[in-house]
Design a protein around this ligand. Structure first.
Ligand code: AMP
Length: 420
């Protein structure tokens, strides 16, 4: 497999799939350009070599052509960050896209309109009536798969080289994220710098981690983290469970959890996880105390209670001081750390302390030589809130893609390029 750092893009047209799915306010101004910045090393390398990037992305979840999801809104910022006056094609497979792509000179760049203005990008039929029969659904599905081939071929026809730098959509087998790779031979398709960094970071911790390896899994629901937990059980030394999901475990152990969040249909599963952890020799760590509030609010009246003895009328919204020490001790003794999901309702300042202590312990462990990966929307928001983003080893830009990667799934966007 070729790597982007070794490739010379001189004179080449390069189809670059990026993830420019950035948040916009009601004036269509970008409120967070992190994702655009994240793709700059790849785009700048292509331009510096004398190549011409044809930049493609989705934005939002349009149902067809919807001007509020036009990539035109972000064109000025892309030009500014790239330092090049980027051209725009207002239809990603329209005539002008082909003409503009063909006319691109070395060092020039073209941004294509939102790929998801076409249902073919995702390959899912649109506009089917709610009461459509199974047969109608099957016919529509077949039709879109057929037209998806033409769509993909058209996109591929603009370029000599394909670069995928959109880790955020790597778990999707879409036209521009996976299928298009078939139109380029092994010497003309590769990951962008961002994608490569994401893959390296996850594989570093999942394949041969320095030990002890500790995963901190938090957030609200056990159900959304089951697959990750199952996969981690065969890899980690310590599994810290925090956040709302910890109370399903407490209840499964026979604890009294008051009004805390609990998935009663997952109690058996929680017991099974605890058994599996024991069998695998994994140290499963739950906080021994909780900071509980009398309502789900920052201004709730709060008490510190044993995590397995929370009074009725109170719900655990953060770990308590004992839990903070317990978690921090395990984290600071670790050489590899994965953090996904806050250990409390960190959005409420009065219940953010536990997550802050966890973040600080990760920062300290990192300073002492550990490799730390923070990923999944909320934990990233957490490290940003506390100003620690540049003090951990790696902050992933991927949400769903990162979770699926850690779950051990093969991601279509990765497989399309390296074959696995
Ligand atoms: P998730 O999307 O499953 O990772 O969950 C993240 C959310 O879990 C955040 O918005 C937190 O506020 C929430 N959360 C963390 N701890 C608790 C808790 N003890 N009770 C309720 N929600 C929580």
């Amino acid at each position: 497999m070729i790597t982007i750092d070794k490739f010379n893009f001189s004179g080449k047209k390069v189809f670059v799939r990026v993830d420019f799915n950035v948040p916009l306010n009601d004036k269509f101004e970008i409120t967070d350009d992190t994702r655009i910045r994240a793709a700059m090393p790849t785009l700048k390398k292509i331009i510096a070599d004398g190549g011409s990037p044809i930049i493609a992305s989705h934005l939002g979840r349009p149902k067809g052509v919807e001007s509020k999801y036009s990539l035109k809104h972000i064109l000025p910022r892309v030009s500014e960050l790239l330092g090049v006056d980027v051209q725009f094609a207002d239809d990603c497979v329209g005539e002008s896209a082909g003409v503009k792509a063909a006319a691109l000179q070395p060092g020039e760049a073209l941004l294509l309109e939102n790929l998801r203005f076409y249902a073919e990008e995702e390959g899912k039929p649109r506009g089917l009536a709610d009461d459509a029969s199974e047969e109608e659904k099957a016919t529509a599905k077949k039709a879109i798969k057929e037209s998806q081939k033409d769509f993909t071929k058209k996109l591929a026809s603009y370029a000599d080289v394909y670069v995928n730098d959109a880790f955020g959509t790597a778990h999707r087998a879409h036209a521009s994220t996976a299928l298009i790779a078939d139109y380029f031979d092994a010497d003309h398709k590769m990951f962008g710098f961002l994608m490569q960094k994401e893959i390296d970071a996850v594989e570093k911790i999942m394949k041969d981690p320095a030990r002890p390896f500790t995963a901190i899994i938090g957030g609200s629901k056990v159900s959304s983290k089951i697959d990750i937990i199952e996969n981690l059980l065969s890899k980690v030394n310590n599994l810290i469970i925090g956040g709302g999901m910890a109370f399903t475990f407490e209840k499964a152990k026979g604890g009294k959890i008051g009004n805390s969040l609990c998935e009663d249909d997952k109690l058996e599963l929680a017991k099974e996880i605890m058994k599996k952890a024991e069998a695998a020799g994994v140290n499963l760590v739950l906080s021994s105390d909780a900071k509980a509030g009398d309502s789900f609010s920052n201004d709730a009246k709060s008490i510190i209670a044993e995590a397995n003895n929370i009074p009725d009328g109170y719900m655990g919204l953060d770990i308590g001081p004992k839990g903070e020490d317990e978690f921090a001790d395990v984290i600071k003794a670790s050489k590899t750390i994965l953090w996904n999901g806050p250990v409390g309702v960190f959005e409420f300042d009065n219940f953010a302390h536990g997550s802050q202590v966890v973040a600080k312990a990760i920062v300290d462990a990192t300073a002492a030589g550990a490799f730390s990966l923070v990923g999944g929307g909320d934990s990233v928001a957490c490290v940003n809130k506390f100003g620690y983003a540049d003090k951990v080893s790696y902050v992933s830009t991927g949400g769903g893609a990162l979770l699926e990667f850690i779950e051990g799934k093969v991601l279509p966007g990765i497989k399309a390029i390296r074959g696995y």
